[in-house]
Design a protein. Structure first.
Length: 402
C-alpha cells in the first residue's frame, strides 16, 4: 500500500463548509406515491437487499440531510419507516402532485425530491445537487436531451406554478421548467459515472431482480473477496464505516487515535464509536440526570452550548448498522473500536507480545496493522503506527466506495 494520497480526493475547507451549510438549507423528500402498475405490487415495499426498496433509499439518502420525509398517498403504511410521512396535498394523481406536496411540506426553502425507485443514486451526486441549487427554483440533472425531474431540487417559488399546472391537467413535470428559474447539472462529462446507470429506476419484477443482482455483484476484487454479509453492510449502511478490532490490550485505541488524527488533518469529519462488552457508566451519581435515570426514565439527555448526549436504556444492544443510522451530524466516516462480531469491514490490530494469531478470518478484513506478518492473509498489511498508510487504505476502500 502506498503511503501517499491524491490531494484531489481530500475535502477542501470550502467543500466542508458547503457540506455543513446545505444540510440545513435543503431537506429531502422520498416520493412513494406511485401506482406501481407494472410491478404488480407497491414497489416501495418490494424486498431489496435485506429490507425493502424504500428502506434502501432511506438509508442511502436520509442521513445526508438534516430533515427527511416521505410523500405518499396512503401514509398509514409508512409509519414504521421512522421518517415523517406527508399525505398528497391534492386529489389529482401524478408525480407533479408529489413534488408540489414535498415543496409545500418542506421546512426548508428548497427540497430535493427523489423517487423511491432509484437505488443507484450516489451521495456525491445528491450532495452536488443540493449545494449548487441555491438561487434556482428548480435544479435538475441533465444528460444529453434527458432530464431527471424525480431527482431534482425544487424551491418554494415553484408552488404557484405547479398548482396551476396540476389544476390545468398538466402531466410532464418539466413542461413548466422554461417558466421558472431552472438550473442544470450537466452529467455528460462522466464525473458521476454513467447517467443511464445512476438514474436506472425499478418498474417491473425483472428490473427489481436485475438491480439486486447488479448491486450484489458490483465491486473490485478485494470487495468481492469479503463475505456477503460484510458486502451487504457496506452497501446498505448510510455512512462509510470501518471497525478496528483485535485482542484485548493489542493497542487498538492507540492505532485509532493515530488514524483519526491523520484523517482530521486531511479534512474529514469523523465519528468514533467504542464498543464495551461489559457495560459502562458515563453519568455521575447524584447529578440530576443520574437521578432521572435511576427513577426509570428510558431516555435521559443533557445539553450545553458546546455538546449534548442522550442516554438510552435498552433491553438488547442495537446492531452496529442501526447505531450508525442514528448519527445525524454531518460526518464523512464512522470508525469503531471493537464490534468484532458485527458485519462491518475490519482492520485488525495485532501485537506479537499479545498473540501470534488473529481473531478474524481473511474474508472479514480490509487490512492488518501489526509488528508481525501474516502470509496467509491476502490483505494489505501495515506496521504499527503507520497512520498515514491506514488512512490511505480507508480512503481507497471505505471512503472510495461511497
Amino acid at each position: 500500500m502506498s503511503g501517499g494520497t491524491d490531494a484531489a480526493r481530500r475535502p477542501s475547507a470550502e467543500a466542508a463548509s458547503c457540506w455543513r451549510s446545505y444540510r440545513s438549507d435543503v431537506s429531502v423528500a422520498l416520493l412513494a406515491g406511485g401506482l406501481s402498475t407494472r410491478m404488480g405490487e407497491d414497489k416501495a415495499f418490494a424486498p431489496f437487499l435485506g429490507g425493502t426498496l424504500l428502506e434502501w433509499m432511506r438509508d442511502r439518502v436520509a442521513p445526508l440531510f438534516s430533515h427527511a420525509f416521505v410523500v405518499a398517498r396512503d401514509p398509514g403504511r409508512f409509519h414504521s419507516l421512522g421518517l415523517p410521512v406527508v399525505t398528497d396535498a391534492l386529489p389529482e394523481i401524478g408525480s407533479a402532485v408529489g413534488i408540489y406536496t414535498a415543496v409545500l411540506a418542506a421546512p426548508t426553502e428548497r427540497v430535493l425530491c427523489v423517487a423511491c425507485d432509484m437505488p443507484f443514486l450516489t451521495p456525491r451526486l445528491l450532495r452536488e445537487l443540493a449545494v449548487r441549487s441555491e438561487g434556482y427554483d428548480v435544479f435538475v440533472p441533465r444528460h444529453g436531451e434527458y432530464l431527471q425531474p424525480l431527482c431534482a431540487v425544487y424551491g418554494k417559488g415553484t408552488l404557484d406554478a405547479y398548482l396551476a399546472f396540476i389544476r390545468a391537467g398538466g402531466r410532464r413535470i418539466f413542461d413548466i421548467y422554461p417558466d421558472l428559474r431552472t438550473g442544470y447539472l450537466d452529467l455528460d462529462d462522466g464525473r458521476h459515472g454513467d447517467p443511464e446507470h445512476l438514474f436506472l429506476n425499478v418498474n417491473t419484477p425483472a428490473e427489481l431482480t436485475a438491480a439486486r443482482e447488479r448491486l450484489a455483484a458490483e465491486g473490485p476484487p478485494w470487495f468481492m473477496a469479503l463475505r456477503p454479509a460484510i458486502r451487504a453492510f457496506m452497501v446498505t449502511t448510510p455512512l462509510p464505516t470501518v471497525s478496528f478490532i483485535g485482542k484485548k490490550k493489542s493497542g487498538k485505541t492507540t492505532v485509532v487515535l493515530g488514524v483519526v488524527g491523520e484523517l482530521r488533518r486531511r479534512g474529514y469529519r469523523v465519528a468514533v464509536l467504542k464498543h464495551d462488552t461489559h457495560g459502562f457508566e458515563i453519568d455521575v451519581p447524584g447529578t440530576d440526570s443520574y437521578r432521572f435515570r435511576e427513577l426509570g426514565a428510558e431516555v435521559v439527555g443533557i445539553s450545553s452550548p458546546d455538546k449534548y448526549v442522550w442516554q438510552v436504556t435498552v433491553e438488547e444492544e442495537p446492531a452496529l448498522g442501526e447505531l450508525v443510522r442514528q448519527i445525524r451530524e454531518p460526518v464523512d466516516l464512522v470508525i469503531t473500536e471493537g464490534f468484532k462480531k458485527q458485519d462491518a469491514p475490519k482492520i485488525e490490530v495485532s501485537r506479537r507480545a499479545r498473540s501470534t494469531e488473529l481473531v478474524s478470518t481473511p474474508d472479514e478484513l480490509i487490512g492488518i496493522t501489526s509488528d508481525q506478518t501474516f502470509p496467509d492473509y491476502p490483505v494489505p498489511q501495515f506496521e504499527l503506527g503507520d497512520s498515514r498508510g491506514l488512512a490511505d487504505l480507508i480512503e481507497e476502500r471505505i471512503l472510495g466506495q461511497v
